[in-house]
Design a protein. Sequence first.
Length: 164
Amino acid sequence: MTPRVDSLTLRHATPADLSAVDALMARSYPRLLARDYAPSVMVLAVPIICRARPELLASGRYWLAEGDRGRVIAAGGWSVRHALAAVRHVATDPDAVRRGVGRALMGRVMEEAREAGFTGMECLSTLTAVRFYAAVGFRALGPVRVNLAPGIDFPAVRMIRDLA
Protein backbone atom coordinates (compact mmCIF):
# COMPACT_ATOMS: atom_id res chain seq x y z
CA MET A 1 0.00 0.00 0.00
CA THR A 2 1.30 3.46 -0.93
CA PRO A 3 1.72 5.72 2.11
CA ARG A 4 -0.41 8.82 2.56
CA VAL A 5 1.10 12.25 2.00
CA ASP A 6 2.48 13.50 5.34
CA SER A 7 1.88 17.19 4.81
CA LEU A 8 -1.13 18.33 2.81
CA THR A 9 -2.57 21.83 2.56
CA LEU A 10 -5.74 22.63 0.63
CA ARG A 11 -6.24 26.20 -0.54
CA HIS A 12 -8.10 28.15 -3.20
CA ALA A 13 -6.13 28.76 -6.37
CA THR A 14 -5.43 32.25 -7.65
CA PRO A 15 -4.45 33.48 -11.12
CA ALA A 16 -0.83 33.54 -9.87
CA ASP A 17 -0.94 29.72 -9.68
CA LEU A 18 -1.27 29.30 -13.45
CA SER A 19 2.26 28.01 -14.08
CA ALA A 20 2.12 25.59 -11.13
CA VAL A 21 -1.17 24.11 -12.37
CA ASP A 22 0.17 23.89 -15.94
CA ALA A 23 3.22 22.03 -14.60
CA LEU A 24 1.01 19.65 -12.58
CA MET A 25 -1.13 18.81 -15.61
CA ALA A 26 1.96 18.31 -17.77
CA ARG A 27 3.25 15.79 -15.19
CA SER A 28 -0.10 14.12 -14.67
CA TYR A 29 -2.10 13.66 -17.85
CA PRO A 30 0.53 12.17 -20.17
CA ARG A 31 1.57 9.53 -17.61
CA LEU A 32 -1.79 8.66 -16.13
CA LEU A 33 -3.94 8.66 -19.27
CA ALA A 34 -1.58 6.72 -21.55
CA ARG A 35 -2.80 3.29 -20.45
CA ASP A 36 -6.44 4.05 -21.34
CA TYR A 37 -6.18 6.14 -24.50
CA ALA A 38 -4.84 5.40 -27.96
CA PRO A 39 -1.62 7.18 -28.92
CA SER A 40 -3.53 9.17 -31.57
CA VAL A 41 -5.89 10.52 -28.90
CA MET A 42 -2.97 11.36 -26.62
CA VAL A 43 -1.13 13.26 -29.37
CA LEU A 44 -4.19 15.38 -30.21
CA ALA A 45 -5.90 15.78 -26.82
CA VAL A 46 -3.13 16.09 -24.24
CA PRO A 47 -1.77 19.43 -25.51
CA ILE A 48 -5.29 20.85 -25.19
CA ILE A 49 -6.24 19.43 -21.80
CA CYS A 50 -2.83 20.07 -20.21
CA ARG A 51 -3.47 23.80 -19.93
CA ALA A 52 -4.78 25.41 -16.77
CA ARG A 53 -7.96 27.41 -17.22
CA PRO A 54 -7.40 31.01 -16.03
CA GLU A 55 -11.13 31.53 -15.50
CA LEU A 56 -11.22 28.56 -13.12
CA LEU A 57 -8.21 29.80 -11.18
CA ALA A 58 -9.94 33.15 -10.72
CA SER A 59 -13.37 31.68 -9.91
CA GLY A 60 -12.92 31.09 -6.18
CA ARG A 61 -14.07 27.50 -6.77
CA TYR A 62 -10.79 25.93 -7.83
CA TRP A 63 -8.63 24.21 -5.22
CA LEU A 64 -4.98 23.23 -4.94
CA ALA A 65 -3.50 20.52 -2.77
CA GLU A 66 0.05 21.33 -1.77
CA GLY A 67 2.44 18.78 -0.38
CA ASP A 68 5.81 19.18 1.22
CA ARG A 69 7.52 22.50 0.49
CA GLY A 70 4.34 23.91 -1.05
CA ARG A 71 4.53 21.90 -4.29
CA VAL A 72 1.15 21.62 -6.04
CA ILE A 73 0.32 17.90 -6.16
CA ALA A 74 -3.38 18.06 -7.07
CA ALA A 75 -5.86 20.56 -8.40
CA GLY A 76 -9.53 20.64 -9.18
CA GLY A 77 -12.70 22.54 -8.68
CA TRP A 78 -16.26 23.05 -9.71
CA SER A 79 -18.55 25.34 -11.66
CA VAL A 80 -22.28 25.64 -12.19
CA ARG A 81 -23.82 23.62 -15.02
CA HIS A 82 -27.59 23.95 -15.18
CA ALA A 83 -28.95 22.89 -11.77
CA LEU A 84 -25.87 20.86 -10.85
CA ALA A 85 -22.37 21.62 -9.69
CA ALA A 86 -19.85 20.29 -12.21
CA VAL A 87 -16.40 18.90 -11.42
CA ARG A 88 -13.77 20.84 -13.34
CA HIS A 89 -10.24 20.09 -14.50
CA VAL A 90 -8.99 17.70 -11.80
CA ALA A 91 -5.40 16.45 -11.88
CA THR A 92 -3.17 14.63 -9.42
CA ASP A 93 0.59 14.27 -9.60
CA PRO A 94 1.35 10.66 -10.65
CA ASP A 95 3.65 10.28 -7.64
CA ALA A 96 0.79 11.26 -5.29
CA VAL A 97 -1.88 8.91 -6.72
CA ARG A 98 -3.43 6.50 -4.20
CA ARG A 99 -2.13 8.51 -1.25
CA GLY A 100 -5.37 10.23 -0.22
CA VAL A 101 -4.61 13.50 -2.01
CA GLY A 102 -7.34 13.29 -4.66
CA ARG A 103 -9.89 12.09 -2.11
CA ALA A 104 -9.07 15.03 0.20
CA LEU A 105 -9.28 17.51 -2.68
CA MET A 106 -12.59 16.14 -4.02
CA GLY A 107 -14.00 16.03 -0.49
CA ARG A 108 -13.37 19.76 -0.18
CA VAL A 109 -14.76 20.47 -3.67
CA MET A 110 -17.96 18.53 -2.93
CA GLU A 111 -18.31 20.14 0.50
CA GLU A 112 -18.00 23.62 -1.01
CA ALA A 113 -20.61 22.86 -3.70
CA ARG A 114 -22.95 21.48 -1.01
CA GLU A 115 -22.42 24.62 1.11
CA ALA A 116 -23.34 26.70 -1.95
CA GLY A 117 -26.72 24.93 -2.03
CA PHE A 118 -26.19 22.27 -4.69
CA THR A 119 -27.71 18.83 -4.10
CA GLY A 120 -26.02 17.09 -7.02
CA MET A 121 -22.73 17.10 -8.86
CA GLU A 122 -21.72 15.79 -12.26
CA CYS A 123 -18.40 15.15 -13.91
CA LEU A 124 -17.04 14.15 -17.27
CA SER A 125 -14.46 11.62 -16.15
CA THR A 126 -11.51 10.45 -18.14
CA LEU A 127 -11.55 6.69 -18.72
CA THR A 128 -8.64 6.51 -16.28
CA ALA A 129 -10.45 8.28 -13.42
CA VAL A 130 -13.78 6.38 -13.48
CA ARG A 131 -12.74 4.09 -10.61
CA PHE A 132 -11.58 7.07 -8.53
CA TYR A 133 -14.86 8.95 -8.99
CA ALA A 134 -16.84 5.78 -8.20
CA ALA A 135 -14.82 5.46 -4.98
CA VAL A 136 -15.89 8.96 -3.92
CA GLY A 137 -19.58 8.29 -4.60
CA PHE A 138 -20.18 9.04 -8.28
CA ARG A 139 -22.08 6.65 -10.53
CA ALA A 140 -21.56 6.31 -14.26
CA LEU A 141 -24.36 7.39 -16.59
CA GLY A 142 -22.60 6.40 -19.78
CA PRO A 143 -19.89 7.22 -22.29
CA VAL A 144 -19.63 10.62 -23.95
CA ARG A 145 -17.30 12.25 -26.42
CA VAL A 146 -16.04 15.68 -25.41
CA ASN A 147 -15.31 17.92 -28.37
CA LEU A 148 -12.02 19.67 -27.56
CA ALA A 149 -11.56 21.36 -30.93
CA PRO A 150 -12.82 20.83 -34.48
CA GLY A 151 -12.14 17.20 -35.32
CA ILE A 152 -10.75 16.36 -31.85
CA ASP A 153 -13.09 14.32 -29.66
CA PHE A 154 -12.03 12.92 -26.30
CA PRO A 155 -13.73 9.78 -24.91
CA ALA A 156 -15.05 10.29 -21.38
CA VAL A 157 -17.72 8.98 -19.01
CA ARG A 158 -20.51 11.15 -17.63
CA MET A 159 -20.92 10.54 -13.91
CA ILE A 160 -23.21 11.98 -11.25
CA ARG A 161 -23.34 12.09 -7.45
CA ASP A 162 -25.85 13.26 -4.86
CA LEU A 163 -24.49 15.87 -2.45
CA ALA A 164 -27.41 15.89 0.02
